[in-house]
Design a protein around this ligand. Structure first.
Ligand code: SAH
Length: 232
């Protein structure tokens, strides 16, 4: 099977730095979304932003794999910090992901779990190793940890603390956990990178508005370096 790399974000700002760098690409409209194809560093790429949340990100990840033939997937975007060590602009790569709003605990199951699923879906070990290599070369600290995903913008300390305690999470966002389920089911190695835009507290929406673009850029630059290394 030919190697083809998917790079996805959730919002336009998360993929714009990538498209800018590529310069030229082919555009395809599909399922009410736009997919961009290009070659970078000798690697065939398909790039898209999904729109926000678990449903749209599921659709886009599946489309990139099933329709565009992606054989590996990298996600680049922004997230709210849960671990107090993480500050705006810091990078975190998911070791595993869980859905914090998936709840059938009434039947004795843990949060984030449904029968025949996994409470935590692990990301690809080789891509994590590659990311740490890139971090060393770029002299950037890269944290590795659990990311919790849900269909809500978390902006209260109560909810954030609950997610920290329940999932031992370091960061939270709205797409990674669903992309993880898709890639795991379709046996596609995947990597989820996030740069912190806010602290998921009462100031989160203001911090997000101020730092989303710069943090999205941080994440995109890092992912491009990973692509360059994959191309060698
Ligand atoms: N400002 C946007 C909405 C952003 S939703 C608008 O008005 O259209 C937040 C996005 O950034 C999601 O894609 C999510 O993955 C990520 N994110 C950043 N901080 C977050 C937080 N505190 N809680 C949940 N998601 C967060």
């Amino acid at each position: 099977m030919a190697f083809k790399l998917a790079i996805m974000g959730a919002m336009p700002e998360e993929i714009e730095p990538l498209l800018k760098r590529l310069g030229e690409y082919k555009t395809t409209q599909y399922a009410k979304n736009t997919y961009y194809e290009a070659t970078y560093s000798g690697i065939d790429l398909v790039i898209a932003y999904s729109k926000i949340g678990k449903v749209f990100s599921t659709l886009t990840a599946t489309t990139m794999i099933e329709k565009f033939g992606a054989t590996k997937l990298l996600f680049s975007g922004v997230a709210g910090a849960v671990n107090p060590e993480l500050k705006v602009g810091d990078l975190i790569a998911a070791s595993s992901l869980s859905q914090h709003d998936l709840d059938i605990t009434a039947f004795g199951h843990p949060y984030g779990y449904v029968p025949e699923g996994q409470q935590f879906v692990p990301t690809d070990k080789d891509l994590l190793l590659l990311a740490h290599e890139v971090a060393r070369e770029m002299e950037l600290p890269l944290k590795e940890g659990i990311i919790a995903t849900g269909d809500q913008f978390v902006c209260t300390v109560e909810r954030k603390d609950w997610i920290a305690e329940t999932f031992d999470a370091d960061a939270l966002e709205m797409e990674g956990g669903s992309v993880a389920v898709v890639c795991d089911a379709l046996d596609i190695p995947f990597f989820i990178l996030r740069a912190i835009s806010d602290a998921a507290d009462m100031d989160a929406s203001f911090s997000f508005d101020e730092f989303m673009v710069s943090s999205a850029q941080q994440s995109a630059q890092f992912v491009l370096k990973m692509v360059e290394k994959l191309g060698r």
